[in-house]
Design a protein around this ligand. Structure first.
Ligand code: MTE
Ligand code: MO
Length: 496
């Protein structure tokens, strides 16, 4: 019997080719990731950014309110599919060529260079684009057997072969990349700054003893919440970074060196996101190292007609708020004794005392003193999050203690107004008791911990409310986060 060969005929072209193209696209995306990681150099990153940008504002706002964090997964999956599809397209070009002319090398080169060009156009990173192009070319070449091949060279074997080839290529690029970057990444382990160490000790000493599992007075890097408009954090070296302050007449540019040679301070500063739910966890405190911005602003004649400024960041984030608030700002390059992590704005972010998280621009690039007020990124999407924070008392833990009592605990925060008092009711708000409060930390924009212990009798409706430093009681009327921040008293049913 005549055994049929896998010749490049039309039968062949149908399904295996599409499958191989998808395989090629997938390995290309993997190859890109191996070389770039979760950075804007990753081929999916700019596509994801575009997907987010093209999504109409009201839909973005709706997703944030109703889907929350998983919304990221949705646009990320779309971006991933687009990236795989685009690279698969380049694989199809080479495959068609090989099928027609039986020239595997030229076909592979055709695919490889198209994939490289496309990735470079998307990421603007010609060198790193090789990571995506290589695997696509390899899978393309191996996907189609030479006309002279044995009939045993079945698609399944070729899938395996091409995977081995693609993974081998990824290993090679990863190794070369590591060799090239080890010197620049070499971290000198340094002693913690004594200023930071003393604040750490202060926080330790002032932390209440709480059985429940809640953050201490200083959130760790892992605990500290993150809110980003982009899926991938910008990666900016301190050498390539600069801050431009654009005044009425002048434009002043500061290097990282210029900023960090200013008088250095260590401060506790608490951040809270306007988008978090009433009892949510987008509220954290850290020890920040930096310098006050006021002297730099004054040097830049901040005589904008609106008395407002637009802050711009490397991820294309922008926010506008009054110079009055900006003047109290703090340019931070350190967090909890380490350089500012990438996810929190490396190399420099700004901290605006008492204002919602969104004013605390990460990867800060430019401060532009405006003549006319304009909406920021979130304001364009309907949020009102540039002003002072609402007062909140969180009920983050309730546990039954060994003695049978119930301990309820959490944190309370009111920005620069400070927290004066936290009260707890165990009967749905009929009667109130003062909670134990942690000693206030040094600083003007810090949270406090509270704790209350009681002997249970059946089911309790526990309610908690705070009074700020001006003597104002936290408003009881509930409000959703959108558009001006959640408010109301947190309550929870607790059983002994
Ligand atoms: N450049 C930039 N800055 C930003 C954001 C952002 O997406 N990009 N998010 C803002 C929001 S909404 C909040 S609540 C805080 C969160 O800071 P964190 O991620 O360090 O906790 O950063 C603000 N600064
Ligand atoms: Mo936020």
């Amino acid at each position: 019997m005549n055994v049929q060969r896998y010749l490049p005929d039309s039968d062949y072209i149908d399904s295996p080719m599409t499958l191989f193209a998808i395989l090629a696209g997938t390995t290309g995306v993997m190859g890109s990731y191996v070389l770039t990681g979760s950075t804007p150099r990753f081929i999916v990153a700019p596509i994801d950014q575009l997907v987010v940008q093209l999504t109409p504002g009201p839909i973005v706002a709706f997703m944030i309110q109703n889907v929350g964090d998983p919304a990221h997964l949705i646009h990320l999956t779309i971006a991933l599919a687009i990236a795989i599809g685009l690279l698969a397209g380049t694989a199809l070009i080479g495959m068609a060529f090989i099928n027609r002319f039986d020239h595997r090398f030229i076909g592979g080169t055709l695919t490889g260079s198209t994939a490289w060009l496309l990735t470079t156009l998307i990421t603007n990173e010609p060198l790193f684009a090789v990571g995506a192009a290589g695997p696509v070319a390899i899978v393309t070449i191996i996907s189609i057997p030479p006309a002279s091949s044995e009939p045993t060279d079945q698609p399944r074997r070729r899938v395996l072969k091409s995977l081995i080839g693609a993974v081998g290529f990824m290993g090679l690029t990863a190794a070369v990349n590591r060799g090239a970057t080890t010197t620049s990444n070499a971290q000198t382990s340094q002693e913690m700054d004594p200023g930071v160490a003393s604040l750490m000790k202060e926080a330790d000493d002032k932390s209440l003893t709480i059985q429940g599992d809640i953050p201490s007075l200083v959130s760790t890097f892992e605990e500290f919440y993150n809110v980003d408009i982009a899926q991938f954090d910008p990666r900016i070296g301190t050498n390539e970074w600069s801050l431009t302050i654009t005044g009425e007449e002048t434009e002043t540019i500061y290097s990282f060196e210029d900023i960090t040679s200013q008088p250095t301070e260590h401060r506790f500063v608490t951040l809270r996101c306007v988008g978090e739910s009433l009892n949510g966890h987008k509220l954290d405190n850290a020890i920040w190292t930096g310098t006050p911005i006021k002297p730099l602003l004054e040097a830049a004649d901040p005589a904008g007609a609106c008395g407002c400024a637009m802050l711009h960041a490397d991820d294309d984030y922008f926010v506008q708020f009054p110079v009055e608030a900006l003047e109290n700002g703090f340019l931070a390059w350190g967090m909890n004794g380490a350089p500012l992590p990438k996810s929190h704005g490396h190399p420099v972010r700004i901290l605006i005392p008492g204002h919602w998280g969104e004013t605390n621009v990460k990867w800060l690039r430019e401060i532009e003193l405006l003549n006319e007020a304009m909406d920021g990124y979130w304001e364009q999407r309907g949020w009102h999050g540039t002003g002072p924070v609402n007062t909140v008392a969180k009920l983050w833990s309730d546990v039954v203690l060994e003695n049978g009592n119930i301990e309820v605990a959490g944190h309370a925060y009111a920005g620069t107004r400070g927290i004066e008092r936290v009260e707890v009711s165990i009967d749905g708000g009929a009667t109130w008791h003062d909670a134990e409060l942690s000693e206030p930390l040094t600083g003007t924009d810090v949270w406090r911990q509270w704790r209350y212990e009681f002997t249970p009798a059946g089911t309790h409706e526990v309610v908690v409310r705070a009074t700020d430093g001006t003597g104002a009681l936290q408003p009881e009327t509930p409000a959703e986060a959108y558009p001006s921040g959640a408010s109301g008293w947190v309550s929870k049913t607790v059983r002994g």
